[in-house]
Design a protein around this ligand. Structure first.
Ligand SMILES: [Zn+2]
Length: 423
């Protein structure tokens, strides 16, 4: 940010008008003007003039409070072609800032300046009659919406519009689309491997988490410099292809996940969660105090309290746990558990066998948020109370489909590890 970003005029003396790219759950807010008569009935990104001496970001927050009765925070910018701004006329520019709602919910029929607001999905952007000056900024703002993902419902096929094609140093290219069925490796908690498959008939070699910044850079996996879901970035799935197979921005491409590999990973992931529940239940007797956390079925949440690493593999999972001083202080007797680990594993395997034999619906709840960084939870209606575990991965639809799940507990220098196998 430069000094001229902080006043009501640009370095070359043009008046700054601010507008909001207001995103929620992968949708962009559009507002219909009621005045002046020359623009009434047309749609815009809400905002207004920056007053002399006023910081543009503060001006936008003020305008949104006045016009839409919401408290907002500015999290970035949708960069335009003129020093980051969008030309309006000879004397003014439009500055489009990315904004999140902190409090409130815009009335669908506001009374000040607008008479209707709509939340538009990426493919609905062209469905309203934008003011001429807002057409290009709205399209650019739409390209900054978080990617919509269909893998939580189990989808393996889809169609996407290419929004970013970013060459990589390794001769590959990272391709971002507005909507995809591909599940990417999470950069912060890399438990489930990314999907492979086809994009426009070309092999997708891997899928990773991508974060797009205001300068248009796509940071991929280890390059991502912020926490998952940071609103300053646009969160995407980076489909990695050989550079020779790069599509063009704007292409509509068919997406097809390798279904057999996905199924094996889903089986591994569901088994991993069942193994965690069985671990919690079978080790409950080694707690001497009220544990720091209990799972949704009421057992001490040893899995979440002690887990260090989780790796989901085709039809298998590996989890490593740490049993340090803090776990002992919390009341867990790891030494007693490890001494009896074969018996405890038998108890866990009996639980697992019962759950799989009975069957239980297994699904991901997105909370209605279709984007990559939604707070998703795995629900599984196992006996003794449903399991609810935060989860970004994919799962089988019914645990009966696993056939059999077995765990083995092995001591390590740090604590112990759990090897889970399916089938
Ligand atoms: Zn999970």
């Amino acid at each position: 940010m430069t000094a001229s970003d902080l006043t009501h005029v640009t370095a070359d003396g043009r008046r700054v008008v601010v507008a909001a790219a207001l995103e929620r759950r992968g949708r962009l807010l559009a507002a219909r003007r009621t005045r002046p008569a020359s623009v009434a009935g047309r749609w815009e990104l809400p905002g207004g003039k920056v007053e002399p001496g006023e910081d543009p970001a503060a001006a936008l927050v003020r305008e949104l409070r006045e016009e839409l009765a919401v408290d907002t925070a500015v999290v970035g910018r949708v960069s335009g072609p003129r020093d980051g701004d969008w030309p309006l006329d000879a004397t003014s520019v439009l500055r489009v800032l990315r904004v999140r709602i902190e409090r409130g919910d815009p009335d669908p029929h506001p009374a000040v300046a607008h008479d209707e607001v709509r939340w538009l999905s990426p493919r609905e952007i062209a469905s309203v009659d934008w003011l001429d000056a807002d057409i290009a900024p709205a399209a650019a703002a739409a390209a900054r919406l978080d990617t919509w993902v269909d893998f939580p419902s189990g989808a393996v096929e889809g169609e996407g519009v290419v929004t970013v094609v970013s060459p990589r140093a390794d001769g590959r290219v990272a391709v971002v689309v507005d909507r995809t069925p591909f599940h990417p490796l999470d950069h912060g908690w890399p438990d489930q491997e990314g999907d492979t498959g086809l994009l426009a008939g070309r092999p997708v070699l891997d899928s990773l988490t991508g974060a797009l910044d205001d300068a248009g850079r796509l940071l991929v996996d280890g390059e991502v410099d912020v926490r998952r879901g940071d609103p300053g970035r646009t969160w995407t799935v980076a489909h990695l292809l050989d550079a020779a197979h790069a599509p063009a921005v704007g292409d509509v491409v068919a997406l097809s996940v390798d279904a057999a590999r996905r199924t094996s990973l889903s089986r591994g992931h569901s088994a991993c969660h069942l193994a965690a529940l069985a671990l919690n239940q079978a080790t409950a007797r080694f707690w001497s105090k009220e544990p720091p956390r209990r799972d949704s079925r009421g057992f001490p949440f040893l899995d979440q309290i002690a887990i260090q690493v989780s790796r989901i593999r085709p039809d298998a999972a590996y989890d490593a746990y740490r049993c340090g001083k803090s776990l002992r202080k919390a009341g867990f007797d790891a030494a007693a558990f490890l001494a009896e680990r074969a018996v405890v594993a038998d108890e866990a395997n009996d639980l697992l066998a019962g759950w799989v034999a009975r069957g239980a619906v297994s699904r991901i709840d997105t909370g209605g948020d279709p984007t990559l960084t939604a707070h998703r939870q795995w629900f599984c209606d196992v006996p003794g109370g449903p399991a609810v575990i935060p989860c970004g991965g994919t799962h089988v639809t019914d645990v009966a489909l696993l056939g059999a799940v077995r765990v083995d507990y092995l001591p390590t220098a740090e604590g112990f590890e759990v090897l889970t196998t399916v089938g």
